[in-house]
Design a protein around this ligand. Structure first.
Ligand code: N01
Length: 511
């Protein structure tokens, strides 16, 4: 079959489901979601897979983030694969290197790397009908029957637009691009931002640096759930008592969702309880009333993502640590000048300023039916059907796509549900000889209208804060209902919501 894109002509095969062959599947990204997709696709019999990874190693978030104190604020037994439970987690909240090593071990066990092309990014995806043409950043082109974007959520670091940033004479870097070659020991360090990343770094480095200036634009609510080191006896029990690991996983999920999950969703009791605990912990940890006032948010707890840290407040009470709440005026070669004219001199400047949060697969250009451009159609406010598919973009799935279940939750757990849903769609294609599957525009519209109505009742929308959850439309880009509902949605696709066609036009208009 021939497909014409612009002036070029490509030979594309027919629909895999009709030719009785295995589909060629492109997986983009080899973080937790991408690795799980490879494993589960193979298990389901779909073995013709190429995974594109722009870096030289797998690992996603846990490869890119290597800052001191890095840990996961979702409990370990839940923040892992259900098919690779790990009795040996050393702590309740795993540290970054242990999570990265776990992912490497799983990838090794399942021989995942044989399907990964490292150092190969994807710059362009164009739907030819019923296949996709994938173009790598090296200019190579390949045809795939299905594309799975496992490109992550918080990937592209956001550098603040602060006057004079480039004039700084010392070393500076974004926390997601940690410099292992520069030690903070004995240095005067400044860190801009007080989100989850900054709080972990501050708690970890305060005792090693000569001085630490923490630049806070807005105070965040911080919940101090203590770290626990698991004993050898506990690990032994987990290993040998049948069902215990899975029960612990489910109980961690249940507790988190009933408490922090519901607190974000308009459940007043949980929201107030979280806020009350945060206030009490702040009072106990920070005796200085003036400092405490500067750390107390004026918006509701869980409006921004709740920070889980038991080391941040204690670090701020140290003599060598200053919380700076004056606004930043400019960066000079010597340090950070605040609007009151004070120059906060430093040797190292850390940017803990978050990520471009609505990029998802961007900057990869994705062109669907009739030349539709996925990124352009979003206009900074991306939407999807059930956080996974898009009308006009057939045979394309995005794990943890727009309006997904984010926040204090296990994205690994949820990715497994999404992969199950996606494989059910592929099975349907195979069994019914379907060439094209994409959500119907009306199903997508109805789903997003229901979301838009209910998102307004969540604390993300009503809590009185600005946060990275809000997209360009000012709406929280999140799933407004309980995660248990999302898991139910993912158990079995409602095929009535999909356009499923056996005959597909192969010619795509040039965009
Ligand atoms: O980024 P953030 P993060 N001038 O966007 C400030 C996940 N995560 O990397 O609050 C001055 O939360 C900004 O100020 P404000 C987790 O989902 C998970 O910390 O907007 N300040 C804020 O304080 C988390 O939510 C773990 O007023 C500026 C900070 O920078 C997400 O990643 C660990 C500024 C950015 O905070 C992102 O967290 C770490 C400017 N121009 C992260 N621009 C786990 O444990 C921005 N800021 C799993």
């Amino acid at each position: 079959m021939n497909a014409i894109v612009g002036q070029e002509e490509f030979k594309t095969p027919g629909a895999w489901s009709q030719e009785g062959r295995s589909p060629r599947v492109a997986v983009i990204g080899s973080g937790f979601s991408g690795v799980a997709a490879i494993i589960k696709l193979r298990e389901a019999g779909y073995t013709d897979i190429v995974c594109y990874e722009r870096q030289d190693r797998l690992g996603g978030t846990w490869r890119d983030n290597r800052y001191p104190g890095l840990s996961c604020d979702v409990p370990s037994h839940w923040y892992s694969y259900s098919f690779a439970l790990n009795p040996d987690w050393s702590h309740r909240f795993s540290y970054g290197p242990e999570i990265a090593a776990y992912l490497d071990d799983v990838a090794e066990k399942y021989d995942v790397k044989r399907d990964i092309r490292f150092n190969t990014g994807v710059s362009d995806l164009t739907y030819l009908g019923p296949q996709w043409r994938l173009t790598t950043d090296k200019g190579e082109e390949e045809i795939f029957d299905l594309v799975i974007a496992a490109t992550g959520v918080l990937v592209n670091p956001s550098t603040p637009d602060i006057k004079g940033l480039d004039s700084f004479a010392g070393e500076k870097w974004h926390t997601a691009r940690w410099r292992d070659d520069v030690s903070l020991k004995g240095k005067r360090v400044a860190i801009i931002g007080t989100g989850s990343t900054s709080c972990q770094i501050v708690g970890a480095v305060a005792q090693d640096v000569a001085h630490l200036s923490v630049f806070q634009r807005t105070p965040h609510w911080v919940l101090g759930i203590p770290q626990i080191k698991y004993s050898a006896a506990w690990k032994f029990l987990l290993k040998y008592v049948p069902g215990l690991q899975y029960s612990v996983r489910l109980s961690q999920r249940f507790q988190t969702e009933q408490f922090m999950g519901k607190a974000t969703l308009g459940y007043r009791f949980q929201q107030r309880l979280v806020e009350w605990i945060c206030r009490r912990q702040l009072r106990a940890a920070v005796p200085d009333q003036a400092l405490r006032e500067r750390l107390t948010p004026s918006y509701k707890a869980t409006c921004k993502r709740l920070i889980i840290s038991s080391t941040y407040y204690p670090a701020l009470t140290r003599d060598n640590v200053d919380l700076v709440t004056e606004g930043i005026d400019e960066i000079t070669p010597k340090g950070v000048r605040t609007v009151d004219g004070t120059l906060h001199e430093c040797d190292i400047l850390l940017l803990a300023t978050g990520f471009h949060t609505t990029d998802f697969i961007l900057p990869t250009k994705v062109t669907g039916e009739d030349g539709r451009d996925l990124g352009a159609s979003w206009e900074g406010a991306p939407r999807a059907h059930r956080a996974l598919t898009f009308p006009g973009f057939p045979n394309f799935f995005m794990l943890h796509g727009p309006t997904g279940v984010f926040g204090n939750t296990s994205l690994i757990d949820l990715a497994e549900y999404q992969i199950g849903y996606m494989i059910a769609c592929m099975d349907k294609m195979r069994d019914d000889k379907i060439a094209l599957i994409a959500p119907k525009q009306e199903a997508y519209d109805a789903y997003n209208a229901a979301m838009a109505k209910d998102i307004g009742t969540t604390t993300w929308a009503t809590g009185g804060c600005d946060s990275w959850y809000l997209d360009a439309s000012g709406t929280p880009n999140l799933y407004p209902w309980l995660p248990s509902r999302y898991r139910r949605e993912m158990r079995k696709p409602e095929f009535g919501e999909f356009r499923m066609e056996r005959e597909v036009a192969q010619t795509v208009a040039a965009s």
